[in-house]
Ligand binder design. Structure first.
Ligand SMILES: [Zn+2]
Ligand SMILES: [Zn+2]
Length: 384
């Protein structure tokens, strides 16, 4: 397995990181970079790109150690066993020396690098977690994933929507993980926790996609485009909860704490009564093993989600559930996906409106609800 970084990601990350260091008064790396990069403008234009790429790679991997965040995230997810890579042994002390010479050695990166050197000396066969600050984190030392991956490609995302992970070549041969990340996440040494949380979260999705038990499939989602978007959004939410909950149980920080995920869940499932909504979320949060199919069917069908985690009681009956109109479910009158429901028109409309609806839809009951447009149409028809 190999890990590759796109030249675009390395270029922009190094540029942003060095500028950040320079603005906070640490010029040594910045100056060193320019002492190597500036002369490149004097060589023939056709050869420049390759030379710039070399300098960017030197800084991204060795001098600034930005690839280490990716390695640590892969370790935290159990995609690679916790170990130190050969080749860093020589590079890291060299970088450390230069920082000392520059007189700008900061408290942030220095101990990190010493830690790596120390680990390398203990030998590669020993894999038990050894550093103090990472004691609480339980690493999964399973090698099954590493052996299955051909390549991990880290690329630059063009915007936030473009960020995320995917697994290519799943069906045939060895899978390739592709992760897109904003270069700006590598800029600020004080925001590396967020960077790592992002990487870990995304690699967990990739890990699930390769896990035979998760059984990921490019499933066809039925319905019109807006319905599909809604199911996809709910599916992402449920999968995100499943990812973050497992990380939380291992003491690993993810992109969002539990309460923030619950607020997201709240937004989508507001119409389920509070107590039941909380119970469903808790059930989902405690789930140790879910499959792609389970997540998707819970996202598609409210009854499946409810049945998975709670029992119907007198307090909340199956009938109550039938009258929950989730955003995007079709209006019983016009059949269009509905985002603005009138849940019980009887309680807000004139009797004549209800009667007008019943002329067209004799089986319809007020609790079936209707979209606000249909209600308006029947108000007009009833002359109100
Ligand atoms: Zn996610
Ligand atoms: Zn309607």
């Amino acid at each position: 397995m190999k890990i590759t970084y796109s030249p675009q990601l390395m270029e922009e990350s190094v540029f942003r990181h060095l500028n950040h260091l320079e603005r906070s008064g640490r010029r040594s790396e910045y100056d060193e970079f320019h002492s190597l990069a500036d002369p490149i403008y004097e060589i023939p234009e056709d050869d420049r790109e390759a030379e710039f790429a070399k300098v960017n790679k030197l800084f991204f991997i060795e001098k600034l150690g930005l690839g280490d965040f990716v390695l640590r995230a892969l370790e935290a997810c159990g995609l690679i066993p916790k170990r130190k890579l050969a080749g860093q042994q020589a590079a890291v002390p060299a970088g450390a020396v230069e920082m000392i010479e520059g007189g700008d050695a900061d408290g942030e990166e220095q101990p990190e690098q010493q830690e790596e050197t120390a680990v390398a000396e203990t030998g590669q066969e020993q894999e038990e977690p050894e550093d103090k600050d990472e004691d609480e984190i339980q690493y999964d030392l399973d090698r099954t994933f590493e052996e299955k991956i051909r390549e991990i490609m880290i690329k630059r995302a063009i915007n936030k929507v473009d960020e995320g992970s995917n697994v290519l070549n799943r069906a045939s041969g060895l899978p390739i993980i592709e992760l897109r990340v904003l270069a700006s996440r590598f800029a600020n040494p004080e925001e590396t926790q967020e960077l790592e949380a992002f990487l870990i979260h995304e690699f967990m999705h990739a890990r699930d996609m390769m896990d035979p038990q998760f059984d990921y499939e490019d499933a066809f989602i039925p319905g019109n485009p807006s319905m599909r978007n809604l199911i996809t959004a709910r599916f992402r939410l449920l999968w995100n909860v499943y990812v973050d909950a497992r990380l939380a149980r291992k003491g690993i920080k993810s992109v969002m704490p539990k309460e923030a995920r619950f607020r997201e869940f709240d937004n989508y499932y507001r119409k389920i009564p509070d107590k039941q909504r909380r119970a469903i979320f808790e059930g989902l949060w405690q789930s140790e093993q879910l499959t792609h199919e389970e997540l998707l069917s819970m996202a598609t069908d409210l009854d499946t989600l409810i049945n998975q985690y709670i029992d119907y009681t007198d307090e909340f009956t199956e009938e109550d559930r039938e009258y929950i109109h989730l955003q995007g479910s079709p209006c019983p009158l016009c059949k269009f996906p509905t985002y603005n429901w009138v849940d019980d028109p009887e309680s807000v409309c004139d009797e004549m409106v209800i009667e007008a609806i019943k002329i067209d839809f004799p089986d319809w009951e007020s609790k079936d609800g209707a979209c606000d447009r249909c209600v308006e149409v029947y108000e007009l028809r009833a002359g109100i």
